[in-house]
Design a protein around this ligand. Structure first.
Ligand SMILES: [Zn+2]
Length: 255
């Protein structure tokens, strides 16, 4: 680390749980953020400012006026531009030392899986807004043993989960929310979302990503539910579902 880096990350280095070695780990880490919306905005801002060496920003969508209420990484001048490029622009102004990779198209599950393998991704943040994408990300991460931090939020409520797939007994997203092929998901576009609620969940995702990189007891096997109306968290413990096909597949392919 050079003098500038020591100064920039001094408050991290002061923490005995991080120290010089921990900050070096963060600077050598690669985090992939899928979705640069309400969750991905605060998550990417904190990961860039914290000095994560490589950030892959993945979003095929464009910035719209209705996004600016909560998607704080975007700016008015970025309206109609791609969200991943728009995020890179803001994040580069916060920390120009980060290696930003932009994926501005929709990835198939196979393409995501290949990317995780080839690019040595340390942690994936699922900041997407629909079940189809969440299931695909869960399968790709489980198959490649890449830890996943999943977040979601609607109205006044948010959810957070960490799946450390390096532990073969870890549950996966489908163990908690089995894929029943139902289309009845709630969407922010229909039901609304209070801006700071996505901010809280996205920020928590960045916190858990950093802890995963540093091996600081992540929240594996727990579902955290946040109620923004009364400002309370509920914790539900989960185990791997023995009937879960995704977990069974991941185990078979590794043995
Ligand atoms: Zn599972």
């Amino acid at each position: 680390m050079n003098e500038k880096e020591l100064e920039r990350y001094g408050r991290h280095i002061l923490l005995p749980q991080i120290d010089y070695e921990g900050q070096k780990k963060l600077m050598n880490a690669h985090v992939m953020i899928i979705g640069l919306g309400g969750l991905g905005s605060p998550a990417s801002i904190y990961l860039a400012s914290s000095g994560i060496g490589k950030l892959t920003l993945c979003d095929f969508d464009q910035v719209e006026l209705s996004n600016l209420q909560r998607q704080i990484v975007h700016r008015e001048h970025s309206l109609s531009s791609n969200k991943a490029h728009s995020a890179k622009k803001t994040l580069s102004e916060i920390n120009a030392e980060i290696d930003f990779q932009v994926i501005d198209q929709k990835l198939t599950e196979d393409e995501l899986s290949q990317y995780l393998q080839q690019q040595k991704v340390d942690v994936v943040l699922d900041c997407s807004d629909n079940f189809k994408t969440r299931y695909a990300i869960n399968r790709a991460c489980n198959q490649n043993k890449v830890p996943l931090v999943s977040g979601s939020a609607i109205k006044f409520e948010g959810q957070l989960m960490v799946f450390d797939f390096k532990d073969q007994d870890s549950p996966c997203y489908e163990c908690v929310f089995p894929d029943n092929n139902t289309e009845n998901e709630l969407r922010c576009a229909d039901h609304g979302i209070l801006a700071p609620v996505v901010g809280i969940i996205g920020t928590m995702q960045s916190l858990e990503a950093i802890k995963l990189i540093l091996n600081l007891s992540p929240l594996n096997s727990k579902l955290l539910i946040f109620d923004g109306m009364v400002n309370e968290w509920k914790t539900i413990h989960f185990k791997q579902d023995k009937e879960c096909k995704i977990c069974a597949n991941a185990k078979n392919s590794s043995s």
